[in-house]
Structures are given as C-alpha cells and as structure tokens.
Design a protein around this ligand. Structure first.
Ligand code: ZN
Length: 568
C-alpha cells in the first residue's frame, strides 16, 4: 500500500531551531514549504476510489463496512454494553486502533530531536517507531506538545511525514479536543492532498462539530457522500454539532437525510434529539423515533430512556409524569396499573405470519443454503404424516446448553421433562448424533427416539428452516426450544409489520432454559403473558429499556420499563 508522503527539504530544517518546530505556527509554516510526492497509486490515499457499499480499509488498516450494522441485529446486548463502555471512554475502537500503553516509554514532555533519536534507538522495533509512538500517545492521552515534538523529529530525521503518521496525529488532536490543531491539520492536509481518505474526513467532521466552525461539517459530509454513504457516526457527529449550537432544524434535516439513505441510527443520535428541545415543535418527530423503535424491536438503553423521560416531563403544562416501573406476571404496570399488550398473536396475525414464513423463508431463495430440496421435501412429508407437535426442540442447541453430563444426557433430560408434562415433542438433530461417541451415548439417543419424534438432517444442514416449518405447521400453540434467535430470517420477511409479528411470535413461543441448567430438575424460564415492546395509547407510553451495566442475552428481553402517563 503506497502511502503518500510529504517531502521536506532538509535544507529548510537546518535553518530552524528544532525546539521551535513543534510550535503551532511552525507546523503550519512547514506545510507551505513541503513538496508533494506522487506514489505509484496516484495522488490519493487508500480508500478514496472505493465505491459505496464496498468494504473499505480505513486509515488504520481495519476493514469496516460502509454501512453499520443495525442496532437490532443479533448481538445487540453485547453492543449495548460496548456502547456503554465507549461512553466511559473505554472503547478500543474509538478514533482508531488503540495499543497497549504498557512499557512506560512515552515522554512526559516535548523532546528535542536528539532526545527522540536516543529514544528511537532503544525502541524494540525501530521501523515503525513514530507510528507506534503516536498510537501510544492516543491511548495515554499524552500532552499534544509531545506529539508535535515527535512530528518535528520525524520531519528533521527523514525529511518526510507519512500520511499515516499525520492521520494518527490528527486522531490525537481530535481525541483530545485540540480544536486549534484540528483546524491547522485541516488547512495543512487540504493544501497538500487533492483528496483525503474517509477516515480523515470522519475525524474532521468530529473535530469541527465541537467548534464554532461546526457548519463546515455539512460540507465535509457532502464530500464523504461523493464516495460513500456517511456512517451513522458521521451523522451523529454532525447532528451533535448542529444541536449543541442551537440549530435543531439542521439536526433534524440531517436525521431525515440519514433515514432516507437507510443508515441505521444509533441510540446516541436519538438521545441528542430528545435532549435538543423541550417544546412541542419536535413532538411528532420524536414520537416517530419511538414508533421506529417499536417497529424494529429496539430497546433504548438507560441513558436514552432518561432523555425520553426528561423530554416528556419538560413539555409545557406539566402534562406528563414518568416513572421507572416493573410489570407483573399478568402484564399490569406496577406504576400506573395499565395492562400491556398481550404476547398472543390473534388468529389473523398468526395466519399472516405463517403464510409469509412459508412463502418467503421456507420456499424462499435462501433456504437451500441451509438444506437441499430433497431433504426439505422429505421433512415436509414427515411433518405432514404426524399429528401437530406441542414443542419443537433444536436438539444440538439444547444438548450444548449444560455443562453437566454429556450432550445426549442433557437432551434426554429436557425431552423427558417435556414428555412428562404431557407434551408432544419433535427433536431436530443432525445425523452425526446417531453415531455413538462420548458425547452421544447410544442408550440415551435411543431413549430420546422412543419418547419423541425425531428428524436427523445431514450434518451440514441448519435447523432453522426445519424448526420454523414444523412449529408453524403445528399451529399457534406450538412452542420451540432453542437459544438461537433465527435473526437471519428477518431479511427474508417482506415488510416491517411481518418482521414485528415474527419477533412477537418468537418472544411468545420460545422456551428458554436457564443459564445454569440442572439436569435433575428442568425448569424453563417463564414466557411473559405481555409483549415486551414499546407501546402507547393516547394517555400513556410504556417503554422497555436496558439498565446500564446489565448484560442481556439476545434471547432475553428487558425487565425494566419507563412508564409515562399523561396527567388527567
Ligand atoms: Zn405504567
């Protein structure tokens, strides 16, 4: 990867006092005297030519998607935790790839060229000394003058400053909110390079958004848009700039644009917008955010929930009162005593969901990535021959859910419990489970086949289509046991209302084993009678949220609610 280099005339540096080089004025002066060298790849940094939607390597070499993952993909809980850590300044990806600061070799004050030279000679891997040192400074939040003195040393020693090193320096400037230095770097880099990579533009958007020059973020976004769709983070930074400087209308314009472009919003953007005004002018827009979260089964984190509560309570006329609530087993809010929406699908809803899954998932184009047409046909004939099932078990998934005993023992214990409860059970498994081994005891497997109907697919097949087909074919009463979320199928479902029904069906039909499963007594987690989703009527909102620091598994739903009621 050819990096674009600055070339400095050594003669120039010989005339100046190295101690002055790290001053702001001089760094700015340096750029006016540099000569730009083209590389074999032309006068553009890596990534500039990449088209929209294609994976690009960012300035730190880390591959990333042009579009971020949705907040409601599998893994939301762990990302929620990540988001919370990030807010505490502990995000390993924030503004670049951080490295361990161990070693204690970052200077505590600016060094002279000679001092840097000595330090470099003692560095284990001198080849990338400057870049690594700059990365360490980012982690350690080192004084910016130390970073400047490093740049001055490199310029003196090599006559060049690589694009890579300048970007890392820019990251240090942005991360430390050194606004003047960010402005300087913008002038320097814009003058030296025809175009910058998207990483640099993103850093400038963030850097400018916090200053009186926040409106330049809009121009930077336009530049980014010529190459890729700006990321949710870009929009978050720009919206933050607008909102923090009192231009809420621009904040909303950017939000609308982001939604039109199909960029999935982040929770911090919503929080910014809820924080942006305590009047009714944004009411319908803020409500539409809540409806978006409902349609997409997104649960706000605690910080956003607090902002939502504060916004409602700040509305003129003291109309709304918010409280943190729990819901009892019968689905009644313990704060306002209102009943929540039932988890049960109506007959119409169930029919709509079943027809869509059968048409778009089971008969859909992606299904044969997971099985073969012959195997699926055999399975359909098998299911049609049997009376409806009460429970369908993802055998491999259940077998791996306990650390006690071997896999076949766990599966047998779960099957036995369900059969003992009078339920008709289908176990989906893979053919390898029938080959006796330490994990798959012949006796246990034969007992399972006596107690339940079993269907063993080819080892490479995946269980989801089989599980969905058998469960939906059996009727609305049929539940399933699996820890998997079957999120893949979301993309196959044609519209948001069917997707919502799918997840509602899942929440109401998924039997979940406890995290610490005792084989002596199998007790499933209770399926709530109410739906855990944002819901409203004219006089109240009920919003399930994730409390800070509580990690929720993806197959679980929040237990904590924000209850908002209108004063009567
Ligand atoms: Zn309530």
């Amino acid at each position: 990867m050819g990096s674009l280099l600055f070339s400095y005339t050594r003669a120039h540096f010989k005339k100046v006092n190295p101690r002055l080089i790290y001053s702001r004025t001089h760094l700015f002066f340096m750029h006016k005297n540099v000569q730009c060298l083209s590389t074999r790849e032309g006068n553009k940094p890596p990534g500039v030519y990449k088209k929209q939607g294609i994976k690009q390597k960012d300035y730190l070499g880390k591959e990333r998607q042009a579009r971020p993952k949705s907040v409601f993909d599998a893994g939301t809980a762990s990302r929620t935790a990540e988001f919370q850590k990030r807010k505490m300044g502990d995000d390993p990806h924030e503004d670049g790839r951080k490295v361990s600061a161990k070693g204690g070799d970052i200077p505590s004050h600016p060094l002279t060229v000679t001092e840097w030279k000595n330090l470099k000679e003692n560095f284990k891997i001198p080849q990338r000394f400057e870049v690594r040192m700059m990365e360490k400074m980012l982690v350690a939040n080192t004084d910016i003058d130390v970073a400047k003195s490093l740049l001055a040393f490199v310029a003196m020693e090599t006559g060049t400053l690589s694009y890579e090193l300048l970007l890392r320096y820019l990251t240090v400037c942005v991360h430390g909110s050194h606004h003047t230095e960010v402005f300087d770097m913008y002038d320097i880099m814009k003058n030296r390079f025809k175009t910058l990579d998207m990483g640099a533009y993103s850093l400038f958007v963030k850097g400018f958004s916090r200053t009186e020059r926040w409106q330049e973020c809009l121009l930077l976004l336009e530049t980014i848009k010529k190459v890729i769709t700006p990321s949710a983070r870009n929009y978050a930074d720009a919206i933050n700039g607008a909102v923090q400087h009192g231009d809420t209308a621009t904040g909303w314009r950017l939000y609308d644009e982001m939604m039109e472009k199909g960029v999935n919003p982040r929770q911090d953007i919503w929080q910014l917008l809820f924080n942006s005004g305590s009047d009714l002018s944004s009411e319908s827009k803020l409500h539409s955010i809540l409806f978006y979260m409902r349609e997409n089964q997104i649960y706000p984190d605690e910080a956003l929930a607090r902002s939502i509560k504060a916004w409602f309570e700040s509305l003129p006329g003291n109309q709304w009162k918010g409280s943190w609530a729990t819901i009892n087993a019968r689905g009644v809010c313990q704060s306002c005593k209102a009943g929540l929406e039932s988890i049960q699908l109506s007959e119409d809803e169930y029919r709509q969901l079943r027809d869509s899954v059968m048409r778009d998932v089971i008969e859909g184009p992606d299904v044969f990535n997971k099985t073969t047409p012959e195997e699926l046909e055999t399975f359909k004939r098998f299911v049609k021959r049997k009376p409806p099932f009460d429970v369908v078990i993802d055998g491999l998934n259940v077998a791996n859910s306990s650390t006690q005993g071997n896999q076949s023992e766990t599966l047998l214990a779960v099957v036995s419990q369900l059969v003992q409860d009078g339920l008709r059970v289908l176990v989906l498994g893979r053919k390898h489970m029938l080959r006796p081994s330490r994990s798959w005891d012949r006796g246990n497997m034969s007992l399972i086949q006596k107690k339940a109907d079993c269907f063993f697919t080819e080892n490479i097949s995946e269980d989801d289509p089989f599980l969905l087909y058998a469960a939906l074919h059996s009727g609305n009463h049929c539940k399933f046991v699996s820890r998997d979320l079957m999120r893949d199928h979301k993309a196959c479902l044609p519209n948001s209302s069917t997707r919502r029904l799918f997840f509602k069906w899942q929440r109401g039909h998924q039997m979940v084993l406890p995290n610490f499963l005792s084989l002596r007594r199998i007790v499933f987690q209770q399926i709530p009678s109410y739906d855990t989703i944002i819901q409203t009527d004219d006089n109240c909102w009920h919003i399930p949220y994730d409390p800070q620091w509580v990690e929720r598994c993806t197959y679980e739903v929040p237990k904590t609610w924000l209850c908002l009621t209108r004063n009567k």
